[in-house]
Ligand binder design. Structure first.
Ligand code: APR
Length: 246
């Protein structure tokens, strides 16, 4: 059988494998992507729900949007799929470090067993208090009347997500990992949103091999050393199997 890992990609286990994931990896778990024809931004204007300005102008609407998504994520039919599970296996069985950097605010990587994980766009199942800055695990609906369990004040809780115009989380740690990476893998992301969309160019400039695993070519597809196009639940397990087989 032909390997999905070209020889040039076989990385040095002394350098981390950095995996970037986006909404496409969770699509087969039942969560919508953003920019596909049936995606979230085809139904809602991102300016109305995914900026701090929108939250200040109409907090009720922004809370309603994230409350609906939180309930969707907690629906018992939404479970990690074979792609999330394969990445957890890669972390477990690869002789070196594997770091998953996700743009997703769902918790499907954790549920699959990935532990070395950065949520660069935040987490839907957490809330942050604008009064005391505490971050709390949060599974309930949020609203203006809800009080922070830390400082007790109302009207300060917001979803712990990074909105457009805000700075993604843990960028220094991500930058250090990309500097040292022996392989960069991008899964299920359209390559429209920076800084994540720029990671492939950064790794390419350093001569680091890279692979794209996506349903279709992303915006930056031509910058990758190699691309495999198909459903994440198929191409990711194949890729991980071949990488571990060496
Ligand atoms: N398997 C693999 N890839 C898939 C699948 C699938 N089953 N289904 C869809 N895709 C691909 C699409 O072809 C598309 O290229 O996943 C990509 C999803 O792209 P986007 O919807 O743009 O999602 P993403 O790249 O994660 O968006 C980045 O934009 O609005 C923001 O903050 C939000 O984190 C998000 C960021």
């Amino acid at each position: 059988m032909r390997s999905s890992v070209p020889e040039r990609l076989e990385p040095d286990a002394g350098r981390p494998v950095v995996v970037l994931t986006g909404a496409g990896i969770s699509k087969e778990s039942g969560l919508d992507t953003f920019r596909d024809l049936d995606g979230i931004w085809a139904k809602v204007r991102l300016e109305d729900v995914a900026t701090y300005e929108a939250f200040v102008k109409d907090p009720r609407r922004v809370h309603a949007f994230y409350n609906e998504r939180r309930r969707g994520l907690l629906n018992q039919n939404v479970q990690p799929n074979a792609a999330h599970i394969a990445l957890a296996r890669l972390e477990r069985d690869w002789p070196g470090e594997v770091l998953v950097v996700t743009q997703n605010i769902d918790d499907l990587h954790e549920r699959a067993g990935t532990t070395n994980l950065i949520h660069m766009h935040g987490e839907l199942l957490k809330a942050e208090c604008e009064h005391c800055r505490a971050v709390h695990v949060w599974h309930e609906d949020l609203g203006r009347d809800v009080r922070c369990p830390g400082c007790g004040r109302a009207a300060g809780l917001r979803p712990h997500v990074v909105w457009f115009g805000e700075t993604p989380l843990e960028m220094e740690r991500i930058g250090r990992a990309l500097d040292r990476a022996g392989l960069f893998v991008s899964i299920g992301t359209s390559g429209n949103v920076y800084p994540a969309a720029g990671f492939v160019a950064e790794t390419r400039a350093r001569g680091t091999p890279s692979v794209e695993l996506n349903l279709e070519p992303s915006e930056g597809a031509s910058l990758f050393t190699r691309a495999v196009h198909g459903l994440a639940s198929r191409v990711v397990p194949d890729f991980v199997r071949d990488l571990l087989a060496g």
